[in-house]
Design a protein around this ligand. Structure first.
Ligand SMILES: Nc1nc2c(ncn2[C@@H]2O[C@H](COP(=O)(O)OP(=O)(O)OP(=O)(O)O)[C@@H](O)[C@H]2O)c(=O)[nH]1
Ligand SMILES: [Mg+2]
Length: 310
């Protein structure tokens, strides 16, 4: 019997990995360049230090990685630079591994997921992609347009709802907390597996807007005392070290349960995940590598390290 020639999940995953690789390499990251025609000497470690810093890894994670790498080089008695590159990939993978965590759906019905982040980080797009991902896993989804700030934001989420053939709860000129409250109740009444709450972008320095976000969270809890079950921060992978500040500020305000790192297909340098792993390790549930429905994948530390180091 001939097996059907449907593209396998493995093939889809490797296509996605290639996009991640291309994305992370677009900036011509010099981490890999440091190993070309190199000897294992202080020059190599110095080159790696600047390359890691340039890739947004931050001082703490860079120092940690280099120290770890020196230990690995010694232990393995590596003699050429190509071996060191493999050891660095392993060090990066080990550093990032605590960030790996699957998003669990099903413990609560609905699982209420609130999504926050600065302006333009990719919240609405990620919600659209996440809806598709969840539907693929057999979950029914309800969207809540709690970005009531602009009519266009509601419409944008509506487009993703249409694309995914799911329902959306929105209110013209409504209050974001009220919309979220209604959506959680609707999710309960309709037996939906997941309610995804889109919020308006805001800077952590906009205190009244951060208060509004806290209120949305509180009011969701009034519709369901166990909710929200997840509070996700979406960060643009191009943000550099500011991403760390965003993670800290939103975590202080909301108590984050996970991150989605977007735009890794663009000019992002990738190192910021190492900084997060070292300084504020909050699970990375998903990474975004494009604007299409299927451009969201679960985070895998080893794959990511390989994409970064080739
Ligand atoms: N290349 C690329 N573009 C992305 C990705 N995710 C989002 N974008 C783009 O980034 C832009 C902003 O995305 P939105 O989803 O509107 O961001 P947002 O956080 O909802 O923005 P506000 O609601 O205005 O705060 C859009 O042009 C998206 O298409 C990604 O993973 N890769
Ligand atoms: Mg939005």
């Amino acid at each position: 019997m001939i097996a059907p020639a449907a593209p396998s999940e493995a093939a889809a995953r490797s296509g996605w990995l290639n996009r991640l690789k291309t994305g992370l390499r677009k900036t011509g990251t010099s981490i890999q360049a440091a190993f070309v025609n190199a000897q294992i000497d202080e020059d190599l470690y110095e080159e790696l230090e600047s390359a890691l810093l340039m890739a947004d890894t931050g001082i703490k994670a860079t120092e940690f990685l280099l120290e770890d790498l020196r230990g690995r080089v010694k232990a393995s008695m590596a003699t050429d630079a190509a071996q060191v590159k493999v050891l660095l990939a392993a060090a990066v993978a080990d550093l990032l591994r605590p960030l790996e965590k699957p998003l669990v759906i099903g413990e609560f019905t609905p699982t209420v997921i609130m999504v926050a982040g600065v302006n333009g980080a990719g919240k609405t797009t990620s919600i659209g992609k996440l809806t598709k991902h969840l539907a693929n896993e057999g979950c029914s989804v309800l969207l809540a347009a709690a970005d009531t700030f602009r009519a266009a934001a509601r419409e944008q989420l509506g487009v993703w709802a249409d694309r995914n053939l799911v329902e959306i709860v929105s209110q013209e000129g409504g209050d974001p907390s009220a919309v979220s409250f209604d959506a959680v109740n609707a999710g309960k009444a309709r037996g939906r597996d997941v309610v995804l709450v889109d919020t308006a972008g805001r800077l952590p320095t906009q205190l009244h807007l951060m208060d509004e976000l806290r209120k949305i969270k509180r009011v969701i809890g009034k519709a369901d005392a166990t909710a929200p079950h997840e509070v996700l921060l979406v960060i643009d992978g191009n943000t550099g070290q500011n991403a760390l500040a965003q993670v800290r500020a939103f975590d202080d305000a909301l108590g984050l349960t996970g991150l989605i790192v977007t735009k890794l297909d663009g000019t992002a340098k990738g190192g910021v995940l190492c900084a997060i792993a070292r300084e504020k390790p909050i699970p990375v549930y998903f990474v975004g590598v494009g604007e299409k429905l299927e451009d969201l994948e679960t985070f895998d530390a080893r794959e990511f390290a390989q994409a970064l180091l080739g």
